[in-house]
Design a protein around this ligand. Structure first.
Ligand code: TXA
Ligand code: MG
Length: 295
C-alpha cells in the first residue's frame, strides 16, 4: 500500500479494498476497481481516536461516540482537518471526512503497521452486495489487489453505521450500532438530508444481486430462492438467515446468503419478514435497497 497498490482487508463489518488515503493515484485505482459510476467519498480507516483526531475535527459529541463504539462498526462524518492525509479525491472534494476505527484484529494490525489513514470501501464492485468472506472479496475486486488478508468470515456482516456530526447528529446509514444505542449517547438523530449523489449507500438498487428480490414473503413462489428467517421455515434447499430469529446472526448471514441464492440463477429471491427493531432497521435498509424499493 505504501507503493500505491491496493489490498483486500478484513474488517468486522465487511471486507474492504484498501489503499493509502493520501495517494490520489492509489485512490483513483480503488474507484476504477469498483467501477463506481461517480467519485463518491470513501471512509478513512484509522487505528483509533488519536489517529482520527489528526485528520478530522472532533467535538464533544464525536468524542463521546468514539469512546462508546470505537474500535467498532461506526463511521463518523466530521469537518476535515488535514486535507492531505485524506486526499481530495478520497473525500470527493468535500470539506468533510468519514473516519472509522475498525475492531478486527487484522485490520488493527494493518493500520498500526501502515501508520496513516487507509481508504477502504466495501470490496464489491459498485452496486453489488458487500463481500463478507475472503473468497467473495477476491471474486469481486481481487484482480485489482496486489495482496489480500484472509480474516475469516466477517462477524457483523453489514457495513458500518454512518453518522454525520456537522450540524445536528444525522444517521446517514443504519448499521449494527443501532439508532437506540446512538441516541443514548448523543440524543435524537435527524434523518439524512436527501443528497443521494453524495451517499451511494442511499441509492436504490444498491447492494443488489442479479435476481430480483421480493420482500415480506411468507413462502417462495415457483422458481424463487427463499431466504427464511426464524419461524418462517425454509422450503427444501433454502436458506435461513437465523433459525433462532436472532437479528445479529441474520445480519452476519445476509450478504453471503443473498450471494449464494443468486448463484443458483433463480427466477427471483424471496425474503421472509424481518422485524424492524434494533439491528432489524439496518437489515431491512439493505434488503429494501437490494429490492430497489428505496430512493
Ligand atoms: O463497514 C464499512 O464501513 C466498510 C468497511 C470496509 O469498513 N466500508 C464501507 O465503505 O462500507 P463504502 O465506501 O462502501 O461506504 C462508505 C459510505 C458511502 O455511503 C459514502 O457515501 C459515505 O460512507 N461517506 C463517505 N464519506 C462521506 C462524507 N464525507 N459525507 C457523507 N457520506 C460519506
Ligand atoms: Mg459499499
Amino acid at each position: 500500500m505504501r507503493a500505491g497498490r491496493l489490498a483486500i482487508l478484513p474488517t468486522e463489518t465487511v471486507y474492504g479494498l484498501g489503499a493509502d488515503a493520501a495517494n490520489p493515484a492509489a485512490v483513483a485505482a480503488v474507484f476504477a476497481a469498483k467501477g463506481r459510476p461517480q467519485f463518491n467519498p470513501l471512509i478513512a480507516h484509522v487505528a483509533g481516536l488519536a489517529e482520527a483526531e489528526a485528520i478530522a475535527a472532533f467535538d464533544h459529541r464525536a468524542r463521546a461516540l468514539a469512546a462508546a463504539f470505537w474500535p467498532g462498526p461506526l463511521t463518523l462524518v466530521l469537518p476535515v482537518r488535514d486535507g492531505d492525509a485524506v486526499c481530495d479525491l478520497a473525500r470527493a472534494g468535500l470539506d468533510t471526512v468519514a473516519v472509522r476505527a475498525p475492531s478486527h484484529p487484522m485490520a488493527q494490525a494493518l493500520l498500526r503497521a501502515f501508520g496513516g489513514p487507509v481508504v477502504a470501501p466495501s470490496a464489491n464492485r459498485s452496486g453489488r452486495p458487500s463481500p463478507t468472506t475472503h473468497a467473495d472479496a477476491m471474486s469481486e475486486t481481487g484482480a485489482a489487489a496486489a495482496a489480500s488478508l484472509d480474516g475469516g468470515p466477517c462477524r457483523v456482516g453489514l457495513e458500518s453505521t454512518v453518522v454525520a456530526l456537522l450540524d445536528v447528529p444525522r444517521l446517514l446509514r443504519p448499521g449494527s450500532v443501532t439508532r437506540a444505542q446512538l441516541e443514548a449517547v448523543v440524543g435524537p438523530l435527524a434523518e439524512a438530508q436527501a443528497d443521494a449523489g453524495r451517499s451511494p449507500g442511499r441509492l436504490a438498487r444498491h447492494y443488489a444481486p442479479d435476481a430480483p428480490v421480493r420482500l415480506e414473503a411468507r413462502a417462495p413462489r415457483a422458481g424463487e430462492a427463499y431466504l427464511a428467517f426464524g419461524s418462517y421455515p425454509p422450503a427444501e434447499g433454502a436458506w435461513n438467515l437465523s433459525p433462532a430469529g436472532d437479528l445479529a446472526e441474520a445480519a452476519a448471514n445476509l450478504f453471503a446468503m443473498l450471494r449464494a441464492a443468486d448463484a443458483t440463477s433463480p427466477a427471483g429471491i424471496a425474503v421472509a419478514p424481518v422485524p424492524e427493531d434494533g439491528l432489524g432497521e439496518a437489515i431491512n435498509d439493505r434488503l429494501r435497497r437490494a429490492a430497489g424499493y428505496v430512493g
